[in-house]
Design a protein. Structure first.
Length: 210
């Protein structure tokens, strides 16, 4: 297989309770409560239901089958390596559990950097390669790229993003239990998902008005 190619489109994925829990935990951290939001690798556009009504949602994916099931949402069939948007178009961009499915994940982050506004935000999550929970939960799935907290943050830094940890929760395999403050008792390497909120380096997130 050509490693310059995006791996084949994922089939429609019906997110379970665990995904709903971490979306619920992550979305309130976003500073912007209105404006344009882009969901990269949107699948069936579940994320839309968790965003404020004031946000204009657009989802992009390469799965025709998934997009057909994403009713009630603005969505576009496209390759995320070539996003069909002008520079600086979006206030918030999401890529939740997407980058691990791609050989050329850096190209996706580069495109996200291009279309996010100078005061915009980028929220990203990937399975944690150092977590025993992640290895159990995601074993055998179509992941071609495993990230550690350090490798993800290094890539974000390379493309001009500064980041912060926005979740200390651990989502246990099978049960998908959110441990909340008790997760702090365990090392970061044990967290099943690496979740980061990013801003461009030259911009101070404290200047964003809610």
């Amino acid at each position: 297989m050509d490693k310059n190619c995006v791996i084949c489109a994922r089939a429609p994925y019906y997110f379970g309770l665990g995904h709903s829990i971490y979306l619920n935990a992550s979305i309130p951290i976003i500073c912007h409560k209105s404006g344009f939001a882009l969901d990269v690798g949107c699948n069936i556009c579940l994320l839309k239901a968790f965003l404020p009504n004031e946000m204009e949602y657009i989802g992009v994916d390469i799965s025709v089958e998934a997009l057909k099931l994403a009713k009630g949402a603005n969505r576009i069939l496209c390759d995320a390596r070539l996003l069909p948007f002008r520079d600086c178009s979006f206030d918030v961009i999401f890529a939740f559990e997407v980058l691990e499915h791609l050989y050329d994940s850096e190209k996706i982050v580069s495109e996200i950097r291009r279309v996010v506004k100078s005061d915009g935000e980028f929220a990203v999550s990937v399975p944690n390669a150092r977590s025993p929970f992640s290895r159990i939960s995601y074993n055998g799935k179509d992941h071609v790229h495993w990230f550690t907290p350090r490798s993800l943050e290094s890539m974000l830094d390379h493309f001009g993003f500064k980041y912060s940890r926005i979740s200390n929760d651990i989502f246990l395999p099978i049960l998908k239990v959110k441990l909340g403050k008790f997760a702090k008792l365990l090392p970061l390497d044990w967290h099943e998902l690496i979740i980061r909120l990013c801003h461009l380096k030259h911009f101070n997130k404290k200047d964003v008005t809610a």
